[in-house]
Design a protein around this ligand. Structure first.
Ligand code: MG
Length: 372
C-alpha cells in the first residue's frame, strides 16, 4: 500500500478575532492511499504557514515539503514516517510550524493505520484502559467575579465535574485574582475540581505568592503561571509550590516535555494537533508515568483534535481527564459529524476504526479557504 496524495485543507470562520481560541482557523490534513482509504488529521497553529510546510517542493537535503516526503511511502509504518518527516525537515523545522504541521500528518497516519487494520487508534496504542474520559470545561475568567460565578454554574448544570478558568483579568492585582478564584470555587462547590490558568502572568516569585493566596480554594492545578520559555522559573516554582503546577501547551516534541518533567512540572499538557501528534503524545505520557506525573491533553480546536486526544488518553493509566472545548464555532461543534458528546461529565471514546469520526462535507465545503 502506498500514499498517493496529501491534502492540507485550510478551514476558517468568516470573522477571526485575536483571542486565544483555536476553533476559528484550522488546517485539516487528509492522506489518501492507492487502496482508496483516507486518514484525517488536524493542525492547530498558523494554518497558512503550516499548509506551506506541506506544499513546499523538494529542495536541498533536509528541507523538503511534507507532501513530497510522504507520497509514495507505505502509510503503515507510522513511527518510521514520523522520524522521516522530522529529519527531512530539520533545516527549517525541529520546532515551530513544521512540527505543528507534522502533528496533522501523524494524526492522519494513525487514523489511516486504524482503518487499514479495522481497529480503533486506542487499540493500536496498546489498548484503552477506560471507555470514556472525564471532561473538564475550559473557559476564560469573566470581567467580574459575579459573571465568573454565573458561568461556573452553567458548567455544573451540564454535569461537568471539573472546570478550568483562565486569562482575562487575572494577573496584575492579587485581590482581584483571589476574588475571581473564590467566586469560581463557591460556584462549582467543593466536590468538583477547579483549575486556574494564569496565562503567563507572573515571574516565579510572584506566582509562588499567588499559590499561597489560592491555598484555601483547593485548586487542582495552577497552569502556565510563568512564561513558556522561563524554564528556570518553572523549576524554582515547582520546587516550592504546594499547588500542582501545569504547563506545556506551547511545547513540542518529547524532548521539550522531557525537559519540563525534569524541571518538576506536575501536569504536562501537550496539544496533540500541535506538539508533533499522537506519536509524540504517547512518548510524553510514557515519560510522565515513569516520573510519577500526569499528562492531560490540551484540546481547544475541532472534534478531530478531541477524538485523537480521547484515543490517546484512554490508554494512559493515570490519564482520566480531557479538556473539552465549549466554544460555539462550527469548526468545533459541527465539522466532525459524530462529535463525541459530554455524557454525565464524561466523553465516550469513539469505537470505529481509526479515530472513528466522519467529517460533515457541507461544513468542510462552507469554511474551506480557497487561495487565488
Ligand atoms: Mg492554557
Amino acid at each position: 500500500m502506498k500514499i498517493t496524495a496529501v491534502e492540507p485543507i485550510h478551514l476558517r470562520v468568516p470573522v477571526v478575532d485575536a483571542i486565544p481560541d483555536g476553533t476559528l482557523d484550522v488546517l485539516v490534513v487528509k492522506i489518501h492511499t492507492d487502496e482508496g482509504l483516507t486518514g484525517i488529521g488536524e493542525v492547530t497553529s498558523q494554518s497558512y504557514v503550516c499548509k506551506a510546510c506541506f506544499d513546499a517542493p523538494r529542495s536541498a537535503a533536509r528541507r523538503h515539503g511534507l507532501t513530497s516526503i510522504l507520497v509514495g511511502e507505505d502509510p503503515r509504518d507510522v513511527e518510521g514516517l514520523w522520524e522521516k518527516m522530522y529529519y527531512e525537515t530539520n533545516r527549517y523545522g525541529r520546532r515551530g510550524a513544521a512540527i505543528h504541521a507534522i502533528s496533522g500528518a501523524d494524526i492522519a497516519l494513525w487514523d489511516l493505520k486504524g482503518k487499514i487494520e479495522g481497529k480503533p487508534v486506542s487499540e493500536l496504542l496498546g489498548g484503552r484502559v477506560r471507555d470514556d474520559v472525564r471532561a473538564y470545561a475550559s473557559v476564560l475568567f469573566a470581567d467580574t467575579p459575579e459573571e465568573t460565578a454565573a458561568m461556573a454554574h452553567e458548567y455544573v448544570e451540564m454535569g461537568l465535574t471539573a472546570v478550568k478558568f483562565g486569562w482575562g483579568p487575572i494577573g496584575p492585582d492579587p485581590d482581584v485574582d483571589v476574588a475571581h478564584v473564590q467566586a469560581a470555587r463557591e460556584a462549582v462547590g467543593n466536590d468538583r475540581d477547579l483549575m486556574v490558568d494564569a496565562g503567563h502572568a507572573w515571574d516565579w516569585e510572584t506566582a509562588l505568592g499567588r499559590t499561597e493566596l489560592f491555598k484555601p480554594f483547593n485548586i487542582a492545578w495552577l497552569e502556565e503561571p510563568v512564561g513558556q520559555d522561563d524554564r528556570k522559573g518553572y523549576a524554582e516554582l515547582c520546587k516550592r509550590s504546594e499547588i500542582p503546577i501545569a504547563g506545556g501547551e506551547g511545547d513540542v516534541t518529547h524532548w521539550d516535555f522531557e525537559d519540563l518533567i525534569e524541571r518538576g512540572l506536575d501536569v504536562v499538557q501537550p496539544d496533540i494537533a500541535f506538539c508533533g501528534g499522537i506519536t509524540v503524545c504517547k512518548r510524553v505520557s510514557d515519560m510522565a508515568i515513569a516520573a510519577g506525573r500526569r499528562a492531560v491533553p490540551h484540546c481547544f480546536s475541532t472534534g478531530i483534535n478531541l477524538a485523537a486526544s480521547l484515543h490517546w488518553i484512554s490508554t494512559v493509566p493515570n490519564g482520566d481527564l480531557v479538556e473539552y472545548c465549549l466554544r460555539p464555532s462550527p469548526l468545533m461543534r459541527k465539522l466532525v459529524a459524530n462529535l463525541p458528546p459530554v455524557v454525565n461529565g464524561r466523553v465516550p471514546v469513539p469505537t470505529g476504526p481509526g479515530l472513528g469520526i466522519e467529517l460533515d462535507p457541507a461544513i468542510e465545503e462552507e469554511f474551506t479557504v480557497r487561495y487565488e
